[in-house]
Design a protein around this ligand. Sequence first.
Ligand SMILES: *Cc1c(COP(=O)(O)O)cnc(C)c1O
Length: 468
Amino acid sequence: MMQRMPSNTDLLARSLSSVWHPCTQMKRHETLPLIPIARGEGVWLYDLDGKRYLDTVSSWWVNLFGHCNPRINAAITDQLGKLEHVMLAGFTHEPVVQLSERLRELAPAGLGHCFYGSDGASATEIALKMSAHYWRNSGKPQKTQFISLQNSYHGETLGALSVTDVALFKDAYGALIKQNATVPCPDWRDADSGESAKAYALRCTAALETHLQAHHQHIAAFIVEPLVQGASGMAMYHPVYLKRARELCSQYSVHLIADEIAVGMGRTGTMFACEQAGIQQYLPATGEAAIALSRSGKKLERRGISPDFLLISKGITGGYLPLSIVMTTDDVYQAFYDDQTSRGFLHSHSYTGNPLACRAALATLDIFAQDDVLNANRNLAAIFNRIARPLREHAKVKNFRNIGMIWAFEVETQQTDFAQRCFSLGLQHELLLRPMGNTVYFMPPYVITEKEIQILVERTLTIIESLT
Ligand SMILES: *Cc1c(COP(=O)(O)O)cnc(C)c1O
């Protein structure tokens, strides 16, 4: 019997009747079509009719080395023939041990212990629980509050929402969420006129200090997205903030949690954004941050900071499988090391440390090493900035900014539904663009080519022309 060829329209209707899509008002799909994806290759996604889309957002910031990457495919296939999964309580396996050892080598100094979760939000939950439990085990059970930056995003489970400051995600669930304080966010777009990004960041650290001085006895941890606040619109800030925040947290006995779920794995130009905390030369507004980085070379590492908790997810598996890791210090680890079960860290997920996901992560780290990805990305970012110059100079484009492999800018427009129109027009031009409000951003896979960057920039310009 001949199998009927599936079409876009079939899958679309079936999806809408059975799948409840994330972060979506489903009614909007009465007019806005879903895009059924059949396969991917490199930076391209293909629908069932063979139409292609350039994945400029790395499928929600997870994909690093392209869709259907042969090296990651091979690693997962190899692991599939050996062990698909085993529980991590009472058992261990080579992929999870190797991954923990390799991350310890790569991460800022002192983060020798890896705790595993399944996605970004679970990493946030783990860090919050671990921090508060640490203080309880250390005779300071009153330290149960957390602070985060204004406009922060750390995930959408209830604990993570308590340190997330995005009204849309939070308001409906207010009654269920613990109240935590926020402190001013050093986003350089908020600086006074004439005030430098650095001066503004320092002004924000003064506010942090005032808050810590008054409340540190009740505060367990301060959680930050280092250098870039992603989900609230790619806000970027001067690294001096991180350096000062580290000093203040140590001074007031408050843990520093670095949420590198989005910015880790090379996204900001170094493996982890915390490594850049000591950088002086910072020129994001001109799109030259990546170039400044290449001039500073390897000395960067020694200028970084070590948080008490480092959260990793998204890109760690190259965008293949859900996995998250909370890395922490020996000090934290030792506070739980005891004969009593109740002093141990009480947290688990069914798929904790899944071997397939760990192998995907190991293959991803192999690619970083084999292809000298961080250096290659510095060149790629310079090429991108050159090609993107007409975009940066466009009369309706404001606050063009870049760090590592992230670009963002605001579009001056009267249209209230700009994001949706931009998305729809993008699809017509073979681009998967997903603006946040009037902020357009690119976070492409690291395998994007010069030619593909040209396609991306030219067509984005066309789209902006027709929307302004
Ligand atoms: C995406 C993200 C999270 C949440 O990760 P999920 O896997 O979506 O739960 C947390 N923090 C930051 C900074 C993120 O970008």
